[in-house]
Design a protein around this ligand. Structure first.
Ligand code: ATP
Ligand code: MG
Length: 445
């Protein structure tokens, strides 16, 4: 059933010109009234809401066509489809209300230009959140169950082991546990066990006395001591060396710590939360993780489902991050096109919420339009939907996707501006210094 609000007058040179446009627009409910010749004596239809001019004729003729349109439909601004938008623009420069799309164009580009409001009035409205606690947000019943468990466990002093793929929100949940605990007014200290070499991690955790090792010019308190009465998050616990695991266990049992090279016991009453995306049981069976520490840390186990298992969260978080980043970058962005929403919902999200967040940030940085359209989505994402379920390596992948995407956008901007960096930075909506850094990093010049 054609939608009367979408009645379109399609002006083309002849009947064969609109073979591609006709089915596309009709699918959208458009009623098309092709006008092959302006000298047609029958009066023009009155119910027209949009005019598309498929520019397959010369520029002189365009002027005539535009005059004709203005005479009969003074309130409508025709949309011109042209392989040479610059030329068309020159011809029609006096009419600022005209819109021009360069051929070839995608179906989505045409539809979002023609019916911008439509593209926003989402077919896929984001779910409203079931939970909103600080920066933590979710519309998924699975996450609601997690949140319930967290609320139940937080006020106790029980050790919590957080599990889940990279980027699922383990750190944000750890923060929530601390905030909902009776230690909330004390410190929350995080240490990433994967980021530091063994000896450095040891001195960070336990602290040291002056002269404990060469280079220890002064004494320093460790994280255990510093977090006394508060919460200590041992992030990426699966990466901790065996020798340190034994020491950590001792501190947890004694609630006291001895600095390296020292003899004095210092108080270290911490609530420990640990997080990992590694299969600890498998590490234990291979002798790489101590059983006793595992049982000490795993009093309560909280597993965060991957993003692909909570589809309700994809659009909710997309809108949430869009809101955050459009403020951060002071850009006017209204929302995502249908196609983008479809792709986001279908994608496998190996890097989970972090990957989504990075992608939305890149959209806001790179978009030149008010609507986020699918040209901003890297091919690597378009090609991967749930059915492909690719295996991607841990935390590198979302970053790599973002970087590839960014690199491509910079390359395009530089090409468009013939290497004019000031102009390219303006197009990309980033500072010139940022652009210089990125050009250097990606080896683009
Ligand atoms: N439910 C959520 N609501 C809002 N932001 C979220 C949510 N889940 C994750 N995030 C955001 O996504 C990013 C990744 O989350 P986080 O660092 O907690 O993941 P992680 O599980 O610790 O990942 P990794 O295993 O790689 O360390 C963070 O910026 C976090 O703020
Ligand atoms: Mg983390």
């Amino acid at each position: 059933m054609p939608d009367p609000a979408k009645t379109i007058l399609l002006i083309t040179r002849n009947e064969n010109d609109n073979l591609f446009l006709r089915p596309l627009l009709e699918r959208e409910g458009a009623l098309l009234l092709p006008l092959y010749t302006l000298s047609d004596p029958s009066p023009p239809p009155r119910e027209i809401r949009h005019i598309i001019i498929d520019l397959n004729f010369g520029m002189e003729k365009l002027e005539t066509v535009l005059q004709w349109c203005h005479k009969h439909y003074p309130l409508l601004s025709p949309l011109i489809l042209s392989p040479f938008p610059q030329e068309a623009l020159k011809t029609v420069s006096r009419r600022s209300s005209l819109k021009i799309i360069k051929k070839p164009f995608s179906a989505e580009e045409l539809l979002t230009t023609l019916f911008p409001h439509d593209s926003l009035s989402s077919l896929n409205p984001p779910s409203s959140p079931l939970i909103r606690d600080g920066e933590f947000l979710s519309a998924s019943p699975k996450m609601e169950a997690v949140y319930e468990l967290v609320r139940q466990v937080a006020p106790t002093d029980a050790s919590v082991l957080l599990r889940g793929e990279t980027g699922t929100g383990k750190e944000i949940i750890a923060g929530l546990i601390h905030r909902l605990s009776r230690r909330k007014n004390e410190k929350m200290v995080t240490i990433n066990c994967a980021a530091l070499p063994e000896t450095l991690l040891e001195s960070e955790l336990f602290g040291y006395e002056k002269g404990a090792f060469s280079g220890a010019a002064t004494s320093k308190e460790g994280k255990f001591e510093y977090a006394h009465n508060g919460t200590l998050l041992l992030d990426e616990i699966g990466d901790m060396a065996l020798s340190l695991q034994a020491k950590v266990l001792r501190v947890l049992q004694e609630k006291a710590v001895e600095r390296l090279g020292g003899h004095q016991k210092r108080q270290a009453d911490v609530r420990v939360i640990s997080a990992t995306n590694q299969p600890l049981e498998e590490l234990m069976s291979r002798g790489l993780f101590r059983d006793d520490l595992y049982y000490r840390l795993n009093v309560i186990s909280v597993t965060l489902p991957p993003l692909r298992q909570r589809p309700e969260d994809i659009l909710l978080l997309s809108e949430h991050f869009l809101h955050i980043f459009k403020q951060k970058y002071a850009k006017e962005v209204e929302g995502f096109s249908h196609k983008v929403k479809d792709i986001l919902t279908e994608y496998f999200w190996p890097g989970n919420v972090r990957e989504l967040k990075n992608l939305i940030e890149s959209f806001v940085i790179l978009t030149k339009k008010h609507l986020i359209t699918d040209d901003l989505i890297p091919e690597s994402i378009k090609n991967k939907t749930q059915s492909h379920s690719p295996r991607v390596k841990r935390a590198d992948s979302p970053l790599r996707a973002l970087e590839e995407h960014e690199k491509e956008a910079i390359r395009k901007a530089l090409k468009t501006t013939r290497g004019n960096k000031k102009e390219a930075a303006r197009i990309l909506g980033i500072a010139r210094s940022t652009l210089y850094n990125k050009i250097k990093r990606y080896g683009l010049s």
